[in-house]
Design a protein around this ligand. Structure first.
Ligand code: PEP
Ligand code: MG
Length: 761
């Protein structure tokens, strides 16, 4: 025990001493190269090893020996290793330390006889990191075969961090070598990225700045630094709370969950403990924040779990926030003098960083990284800000003030577009605004055809913010509430109370309008970050949706309990996804009833009326309709899945996803048969796939007999416009002539009908 204590104290002391010596050399006179030579001499002497060398990353992913104590001086600037080659190259590739008693035994060892290193056995090497990127390797070697103790590993990492300033400072190699290569800076550029949030936007580029320079790396008085850290953390918590209160995102729902998760990260004691530990080893509070952050970046960069990698951006955001509070800049990150309409260009964004910008002026976002599940993405979608991500190297090619167009519908970004391109985008933006205004004006008009047929238009929703569209569009209710979406936006599985809170909020927001809750549809493309699903070869046809729910009945029962409590005596409609056999529906409904009875027995007011419906997504149900309709209270057709199964054509595989047209004879014939069965059994029928939101498809659906369809909010205006211009009688007659045609698609025929009959599609 005493030995352990001595060792753990020896760590900070050794780090502190080495750090001080390295700092003194760095602050001393001489060129960059001469100071580097002095640093390797100092480290070798301090650590009592024969060799200390620095390799610097050069263009083409080559590590070049820049300074050495102990290896042959003639090898300096001659010996080079590719990233991944030799132990040094492996340290750079994996961005982590290697501690080897016999380096030559390592599988990737590469001999470099010109250095004379054969004489040495053990090796300890650490990456030199800057901004999470490896810019070099610092290594010590010794004739002795030994494992370097943890304190020495820590000390060498500490030295590497200080060295990073010298390596990247521009004295040894041009700073540009550490920047992504830039194309000609003034030409117009078009990039393809990944659409993360839909919509169009144009504005002047604002480059997101986050790094604060750190002036002092080493502190003499750790206690004073710890005090500064504590004060800054308190200030940061307070400022975050203020921001959460003022973020104006309603009282809960996914965006709020995102922010609260972020607040939780800010209180992560593991993170704060590591910073305190780094301070005890001799760093200033600022340098300690940066060091812990660099370590975390390097470690998380190796992780393949996308959820964990995404959390890195939350920590980026936090580290910068904490640095700002340490430096005494209490205000927001954001300058006041930003253009009136701007596009934010960033490597990546943390969720709270997005909110730092004035939402009136921030029109769009371009990210070099970014993913659909990132917290900033979820917020941007909720706030209706178009985002295109995965735009490689964009930061190297854009200057502040450049005109930028973000097309979140076509996954494109234009930098400095030619005037004609900008003009046509301006027109598209204006036309879009005009259309929105026209749809808004139609909000209270009925969705009724010219010959008097009424169609009920419902909304598909998944977040509480989506519910705002109920009032904006005049939709009759929520025809599909995807319960898995709020689950996906959370960092942990919500319990019954949390779920009840989510559902209650939805029902409250919907008021008198009905909501069809679909039970969890997880699996396939929808995974829960905290619930590792095993990888499946064909996940769309795998363990998902009702199959998971029936195999994990406790989960389903908890969901029912939460729904029943949220309804608190109000009407409740629940439907089950991916039912393939009527027995699955019976089993799920039985669980629902059982749960209702339990709640009733416990004195909880139970929903009235309670309706259990089924999603028609698996073709096998087409041959079980009489049995199903005798039991189901309603049916909703999910064409997104139905079509992929009907045509054996993966909806998420771009090479086949659009191979078959929903407007084709087999699809229309199948849907027509479902309409007839439901009408005969007097079971209400709706359709909630994406197709319902496209005017031409919606027209055909109404023509074959659907009187209720549910769609994403942007579809309601265009579909209502179509319905109000349609005369249903002739369309019904026309469609009857199409069911038996051998055509691959009926789209052009149906489009021609619309044009000939003045239907606005
Ligand atoms: C569908 O499959 O059509 C549907 C509405 O469900 P989801 O898109 O959520 O799978
Ligand atoms: Mg589906």
């Amino acid at each position: 025990m005493a030995e352990e204590l001595r060792r753990s104290r020896a760590g900070p002391v050794r780090s502190r001493r080495l750090l001080r010596h390295v700092r003194d050399v760095m602050a001393g006179p001489g060129s960059g190269q001469s100071r580097l030579n002095e640093v390797v001499r100092t480290i070798a002497a301090d650590m009592e090893v024969e060799v200390c060398s620095v390799y610097v990353m050069r263009p083409g992913d080559l590590l070049e020996l820049f300074a050495t104590e102990g290896l042959r001086p003639t090898a300096v600037r001659r010996t080079r290793l590719r990233v991944g080659e030799g132990v040094v190259g492996t340290i750079a590739a994996e961005a982590r330390p290697y501690n080897l008693p016999e380096a030559a035994l390592h599988p990737s060892f590469a001999s470099r006889p010109e250095t004379g290193e054969e004489a040495y056995h053990s090796m300890l090497g650490v990456p030199i990191l800057r901004g999470g990127v490896v810019i070099g390797v610092l290594a010590v070697q010794s004739r002795q075969r030994r494992i370097y103790p943890a304190a020495e590993v820590e000390a060498l990492q500490t030295a590497a961090m200080v060295l990073a300033e010298l390596v990247a400072g521009g004295e040894l190699v041009s700073r540009d070598e550490f920047r992504p290569t830039a194309a000609s800076p003034l030409r117009p550029e078009r990039y393809d990225g990944l659409a993360l949030s839909p919509g169009l936007a144009m504005g002047a580029a604002v480059l997101h700045q986050r790094r604060l320079g750190i002036r002092e790396m080493v502190a003499e008085d750790p206690e004073a630094e710890l005090e500064r850290l504590n004060e800054a953390v308190t200030r940061m918590h307070r400022a975050l709370d203020d921001l959460l209160v003022s973020a104006d995102l309603g009282t809960s729902g996914a965006p709020r969950d995102v922010l609260e998760t972020f607040r939780m990260f800010a209180e992560d004691t593991g993170w704060l403990d590591r910073i305190a530990e780094a301070i005890r080893s001799g760093f200033t509070a600022e340098a300690a924040v940066q060091k812990v952050h660099e370590d975390m970046r390097a470690r998380l960069a190796q992780v393949s779990d996308p959820y964990l990698r995404e959390r890195l951006h939350d920590f980026d955001d936090l580290a910068n926030r904490l640095l700002r509070h340490l430096s005494g800049e209490h205000g927001p990150t954001v300058r006041a003098d930003l253009p009136e309409q701007f596009i934010l260009v960033a490597g990546n964004l943390g969720p709270v960083e997005l909110l730092d910008y004035d939402r009136g002026n921030l029109k769009g976002v371009v990210l070099e990284e970014g993913s659909t599940t990132a917290h900033a993405t979820i917020l941007a979608r909720a706030l209706d800000i178009p985002v295109v991500g995965r735009v490689h190297n964009v930061l190297a090619n854009v200057e502040p003030g450049d005109r930028v167009i973000v097309d979140g519908d076509r996954s494109q970004v234009f930098i400095r577009p030619a005037d004609e391109v900008a003009e046509s985008f301006e027109q598209a933006l204006k036309a879009r605004a005009d259309r929105r205004a026209a749809y808004a004006a139609m909000r209270d008009l009925p969705a009724e055809t010219r010959d008097g047929a009424r169609v009920a238009l419902y909304l598909n929703a998944g977040l509480s913010v989506d519910l705002a569209a109920l009032a904006e569009t005049g939709a009759e209710g929520v025809g599909l509430y995807r319960t898995e979406i709020p689950f996906m936006a959370r960092s942990a599985y919500p319990g019954v109370d949390d779920q009840a809170e989510i559902y209650r909020e939805i029902l409250d927001a919907a008021g008198e309008k009905p909501v069809l809750f679909r039970t969890l549809d997880i699996g396939s493309d929808k995974s829960l970050p905290y619930w590792g699903l095993r990888g499946e070869e064909n996940p769309a046809m795998g363990w998902r949706a009702i199959r998971v729910s029936l195999d994990r009945p406790l989960m389903l029962r908890q969901q029912f309990r939460a729904l029943v409590r949220a309804a608190a005596g109000r009407p409740l409609s629940v439907m089950f996804p991916m039912v393939a056999h009527v027995s699955e529906f019976i089993a799920a409904r039985r669980l629902l009833w059982r749960e209702v009875e339990r709640e009733r027995a416990a004195g909880v007011p139970v929903p009235e009326p309670l309706r259990a419906g089924v999603m028609f997504e698996v073709p096998a149900l087409a041959w079980q309709l009489p049995e199903l309709l005798a039991r189901a209270d309603f049916v909703s057709v999910g064409t997104n899945d139905l079509l992929q199964f009907l045509y054996a054509s993966d909806r998420s595989n771009p090479s086949v996803a659009d191979r078959y047209d929903p407007l084709s004879p087999p699809v229309l014939a199948l849907l027509r048969s479902v309409v007839e069965h439901c009408a005969a059994a007097r079971v209400p029928l709706s359709l909630c796939g994406e197709a319902a939101g496209r005017p031409i498809e919606a027209m055909a659906l109404i023509g074959i007999g659907f009187r209720s369809i549910s769609m994403p909010a942007p579809g309601i205006g265009p579909v209502k416009t179509m319905i109000r211009s349609l005369e249903l009688g002739p369309l019904e007659q026309y469609l009857k002539t199409l069911y038996n045609l051998p055509d691959h698609s009926l789209r052009e025929r149906i489009r021609a009908f619309a044009v000939d009959h003045g239907v606005t599609i």
